[in-house]
Structure formats: C-alpha cells, structure tokens
Design a protein. Structure first.
Length: 264
C-alpha cells in the first residue's frame, strides 16, 4: 500500500513545531543554569523572526532605456547603498522611467496599511515619501508627484538629476504637495538638463536649489559608458556617472529620513 504523502504545509508545520520544542528546551536549560532570564522562554519563533514594518518610502526612476540593475549608473549604485543602510525599515524601489504607473500602484499599496483598497487621511500621511530620478526619470518624478497631489498624498522631497522632459510633461514646476525639491543640471552637449525648477506654491514648497555642474575633466566612471554616448551626450553622461552627485543625493535623502526619526 502506498504511504500517503504529506503536503508541504503539513511538513512546514511539523518543522515549526519541532523547532519551537527545541528552542524552548534550550531556553529552559539556560534558565536553570542562570544564563538566560526566564521571560525569554516566552518568545516564540514567529516573534524572534518578525520583520520590521517599513516606515518610509523612497522611489527612484532611471533615465533613458537604462535597466534598473545596470551598475554603471549612479542612481543604481545609490539605491543599493540605501538598501544596505536601511534594510526593511524603508520601502526602497527603483523603476524604469516608463513604469510610472507601476511605481504609483506600489506607493498606494505600501500606504494602505489595512489592505482595504482605500486610503484614509491618516494612511495618506503615515509614511514620508521621497522621489528621485535621473534624465527622463527625473521628469517622471514630477509627473508622479503631481498624480499624488490629486490624491492628497504629500511628498517629503523630490530630487531631479539632469531632468530631461519626457513627452509633454512639465518637469520645471513642482506641485504644492511637495515639501522640498532640489535640481542638479548640466548644460553642455546635445542633452541639457532642466535649468530651473520653481514652486507651484512657494508657501508650501521650498526649493533647495538649482545646482549647475560643469566638468573640465570627465569622471572616471563615465569611461564605462559606450563611446558614442560619451561623444554625443558628454555632459549628460558625466553628471549621471559622477559619484559626488549621487553621494550628495544620498546625503539629502538620509537627512530627510533622519528628520522623520528614521535612522540608518
């Protein structure tokens, strides 16, 4: 007669039970030896492995046709550094610039704490949101912020690095739901970034600056890019690959998260 095969769920439950028994026996032994406070044996495996609930959102967009795992690009490297610093305490995600709708849905899902598909006023404001992007991705940042404004969702900070207008999007006027915004740009070569951002409502949005970057010598990192890109869009690639720019962007993001009591 063929023996019945246990389901994966049954095997998983059995493993959990056995592990719980082992943990409890070890804890009791240590208590008897005086090496562990007796309250510690009340912890169950689920409590010991519980994950931290994220308390902020950082969403970025790459430029052009860049893949989100292309480590030649400064924004990709920076995201990995942020993930290493914050772990699961912050939702950190990088998207292609054509995936704005996907990013928007992700933000709404992260804010929806009770998973009822509708955001309350408290849920709209329960996590600070930082948006950043490079090139076309920087333009998408402002477009997404504008969509969030229509849903009464505030944005803590927007960061644009050499923003190149995508389609008919206006990337120079920052919507009033954004608390602070900053812009970095260069103006050499065929692709030149947005030179000036302004606030839709100066009483609600602070412009931290429009920072003009010039390069007398290309960053060493830009040599990893194709030769034709370095020839035709030299300045655009230089600012994208400049580690100093992305170190400053990272510092800004971390400072804003720290101001909301989220340390790294």
């Amino acid at each position: 007669m063929t023996k019945p095969v246990k389901s994966r769920a049954e095997n998983f439950s059995g493993c959990n039970l056995a592990r719980a028994v082992r943990v409890t026996l070890v804890a009791l032994t240590l208590c008897i030896a005086g090496l562990l406070p007796i309250a510690a044996i009340m912890l169950v495996p689920e409590q010991m492995t519980a994950q931290t609930t994220p308390s902020a959102i950082v969403v970025g967009f790459v430029g052009g046709f860049v893949h989100v795992d292309d480590f030649r690009h400064g924004e990709v490297k920076m995201v990995e550094q942020l993930r290493a610093s914050y772990g699961d305490r912050v939702h950190i995600e990088l998207f292609k610039n054509r995936d704005k709708a996907k990013a928007h849905k992700s933000i709404l899902r992260w804010l929806d704490s009770n998973r009822d598909g509708a955001l309350s006023n408290d849920e709209r404001r329960r996590m600070p949101i930082v948006l950043f992007g490079n090139s076309w991705g920087a333009s998408v940042v402002i477009s997404l912020a504008r969509e969030l404004k229509a849903e009464n969702i505030p944005v803590l900070l927007t960061v644009q690095v050499d923003s190149i207008r995508r389609l008919v999007a206006n990337d120079s006027v920052i919507p009033a739901n954004v608390a602070e915004a900053v812009n970095y740009y260069q103006d050499s070569g065929m692709l030149q970034g947005c030179k000036k951002i302004t606030a839709e409502d100066e009483s609600r949005t602070k412009i931290l600056g429009n920072f003009h970057l010039q390069y007398s010598k290309e960053p060493a990192e830009s040599r990893l890019y194709p030769w034709y890109g370095r020839l035709l869009t030299k300045g655009h690639i230089e600012i994208d690959s400049d580690p100093a720019v992305w170190a400053e962007v990272r510092r800004l993001i971390e400072a804003h998260l720290s101001a909301t009591s989220i340390s790294h």
